[in-house]
Design a protein around this ligand. Structure first.
Ligand code: ZN
Length: 497
């Protein structure tokens, strides 16, 4: 195999370029995690899946990955799209909401939604980061960083908090294009605090002795600004300069712009050599919103009977650099494809036990297809090509399913294991608690479905079309749809989004 490298579209330089690792063979990677004030939606998971695919692809070419992804449990304010966020802490506002009534306090709420998030994470077969640091557990480091920024002349204290002075940092705006001059012109940057030097100056520490989560600091009781946790935790676990930093496109500004300013002001070194951002997810052609009723969570889809790996498949079916439209059809197609991988896996397992002693007739084709899938992933995580190549492999296996030799089955197994390591779509890689993986929807007895499919094929062969039709209808009534093709009949769960 020739020397392979991972090329990704870099938001900072606006070009596709290979990752340049500070330490060869070791990727230091930070990806912004969720704010645990509610269930994460599938759009959030699309972003986390991009990070997951980076890890898997890097490992596929032999890199070790130092992967850190945080949990935000304080300081993320509701108006988070302006230079210096305003509004209320998302955690506190969630406690006041209808769902918040179930919790005694904000800490309990954070713990509940963090657990729910980790459950969904496992169901979608995402790799765990090496460290998953929480903002509330890194208070000392955030306070020290704030003091250092004041000392360095990058931040100043007012009666309401400590603010980073964007004027003090030359490179402010280099990621997003929102330079200080541009921000001055922006209409939404209303003056929130008369004591601030510039409207765009953002909070490192908010003084607030009424806040539900507060800590004592040299600047008084209060809590840290949202951006600071990532700067501090990335540095603590990965060093001054990261190889890659990732997040959703909504984080480019202000979150990542502010992280860069803080980190580079603190260290005098580049914060990250590469930046990637996942584009938005739409559902049925529209922006997801609770109001329009198309707001989907992983657990919501599972309750409707969706298969967790099919949700994963549908969410990675489009490249991360383009918006993705998640639809009823895309989920249903994904279910069909996941079913192909499962049937291939079962056929291979059966032939490893009871296959013939013939030669390996599929190994070299499968090995080529895996290489093509890997090459597609190395080329800016081109999941649409990689998934197509992966599926071609199942065709090769299923075509031979009845006559697989032990040797062919060995190659089939190796192929499916490697595809699973790369894309995570063949089977779950970890044991999940039954509660974590069992969808609350219909219970599926696959053996029974397969025997009914066989019985139907026999009935058709003997021209007993009435019985064949009866079987189809029986399964249909249970929410299982049969599809006939030249390669045989497959079953799919009917979903309704
Ligand atoms: Zn972050």
């Amino acid at each position: 195999m020739s020397e392979r490298t991972l090329r990704l579209y870099d938001t900072m330089t606006r070009q596709l370029k290979p990752l340049q690792l500070v330490e060869p063979g070791c990727l230091r990677f930070y990806s912004c995690g969720p704010t645990v004030y509610s269930y994460a939606h599938i759009g959030n998971f699309r972003t986390f899946l991009t990070a997951d695919l980076v890890v898997r692809t890097a490992e596929a070419i032999g890199w070790s990955v130092q992967y850190v992804s945080n949990i935000t449990d304080v300081g993320h304010l509701t108006q988070d799209d302006v230079a210096d966020a305003g509004g209320e802490d998302k955690m506190a506002s969630a406690l006041k909401s209808k769902e918040g009534e179930h919790f005694h306090n904000v800490w309990e709420l954070a713990e509940y939604y963090e657990d729910a998030f980790l459950e969904d994470w496992a169901r979608l077969n995402l790799r765990d980061p090496l460290v998953r640091p929480r903002a509330t557990q890194h208070m000392r480091e955030q306070i020290v960083a704030t003091e250092q920024l004041i000392k360095g002349g990058y931040a100043y204290e007012t009666p309401t908090g400590v603010y980073f002075s964007v004027e003090s940092f030359q490179g402010y705006g280099k990621l997003s294009g929102n330079t200080q001059e541009n921000l001055r012109k922006a209409v939404r940057e209303v003056v929130l605090d008369d004591n601030k030097k510039e409207q765009a100056d953002f909070a490192l520490w908010k003084k607030d002795d009424k806040h539900l989560m507060q800590w004592y600091s040299p600047f008084g009781w209060g809590f840290p600004g949202w951006h600071l946790e990532c700067s501090v935790m990335a540095r603590m676990y990965l060093g001054d300069t990261l190889d890659l930093h990732a997040g959703g496109e909504d984080l480019i500004f202000p979150h990542h712009e502010c992280e860069i300013a803080q980190s580079e002001a603190l260290t005098g070194k580049p914060f990250s050599n590469h930046w990637i951002h996942t584009r938005f997810l739409q559902v049925n052609g529209e922006k997801m919103s609770k109001r329009s009723g198309n707001f989907y969570t992983v657990r919501g889809l599972l309750e409707k009977g969706a298969d967790p790996l099919a949700i994963r498949y549908a969410l990675i079916s489009g490249v991360y650099t383009k918006p993705l439209n998640f639809t009823d059809q895309s989920l249903s197609d994904a279910m069909g494809n996941i079913d192909r991988f499962r049937r291939s896996d079962a056929a291979v397992a059966a032939a490893l036990e009871g296959g013939t002693d013939g030669p390996d007739v599929i190994g070299s084709t499968l090995s080529d297809l895996y290489d093509q899938a890997l090459d597609a992933m190395l080329n800016d995580l081109n999941t649409s090509v990689a998934l197509a190549k992966a599926l071609e492999g199942t065709k090769v296996i299923l075509r031979e399913a009845e006559t697989l030799s032990k040797a062919s089955a060995g190659s089939g197994k190796e192929y499916l294991d490697k595809i699973n390591a790369l894309l995570g779509i063949v089977r779950h890689e970890r044991e999940l608690g039954s509660a974590a993986v069992e969808p609350a929807g219909p219970k599926i007895d696959e053996a029974r479905i397969l025997s009914l499919i066989d019985e139907r094929a026999e009935a058709k062969k003997s021209k007993n079309f009435a019985r064949a039709d009866e079987i189809r209808k029986e399964l249909d009534a249970e929410g299982i749809e049969l599809r006939d093709s030249p390669e045989g009949t497959t079953w799919h769960l009917k979903t309704a989004l």
